[in-house]
Design a protein around this ligand. Structure first.
Ligand SMILES: [Ca+2]
Ligand SMILES: [Ca+2]
Length: 186
């Protein structure tokens, strides 16, 4: 018996456009919520990271290297930020800027830092990080991929003597969205 194939029903262009429009509308409604969740997760994970970094520094404590420049001027450098660039130090031996203008010369600061077997934050503490949390220079990265900042101010931060923080989503300091240990996720 011969059965004739019935013609398949096809979507009209109008129907396709309506479906696409509905999908776009649903995505538009969902995107702000999605990005809010992403940013909130970044803040939370960065806050957790900062707490862990602070705990490592608290375990080791801070050390001040006192040294003199070639013309005899007294200077100090602080463990975890010996080059005073306000970033938690990367690898001292591979980060060209880790010791500022004093590496790899045989300056007193370099000698003192190397004598203390200081290799930068990650190598010295042995803190375990995920690959995306560290760059090639050994800087610890926040969830936006930027190095964590550090500042020492015992009077300003009486509990720890220092502050570790992230610049937040905009990469700018003092803009109100920074993340630190006291940050509460919005
Ligand atoms: Ca530094
Ligand atoms: Ca900021």
């Amino acid at each position: 018996m011969h059965v004739r194939n019935r013609p398949r029903a096809a979507f009209t262009l109008t129907e396709v456009l309506i479906v696409i429009g509905v999908i776009v509308a649903l995505m538009a409604m969902g995107m702000p919520g999605y990005w809010y969740m992403v940013e909130r997760n970044r803040r939370t994970s960065t806050q957790t990271l900062i707490l862990a970094v602070q705990a490592e520094i608290g375990t080791y404590g801070s050390q001040v290297f006192a040294w003199r420049t070639s013309d005899g001027q007294p200077r100090t450098a602080v463990l975890w930020d010996v080059n005073a660039d306000d970033l938690v130090d990367g690898y001292v031996t591979t980060d060209a800027n880790a010791l500022g203008d004093h590496y790899p010369s045989s300056s007193p600061l370099t000698a003192a830092v190397l004598a203390a077997d200081y290799q930068g934050f990650v190598a010295t503490t042995g803190m375990r990080l995920r690959p995306e949390q560290i760059n090639e220079d050994g800087h610890v990265l926040d969830a936006w991929g930027r190095p964590l900042h550090i500042a020492f101010a015992p009077h300003q931060f009486p509990k720890t003597g220092f502050r570790v923080w992230s610049l937040g989503p905009d990469g700018q300091d003092d803009s109100g969205d920074e993340v630190d240990h006291s940050d509460s996720a919005p």
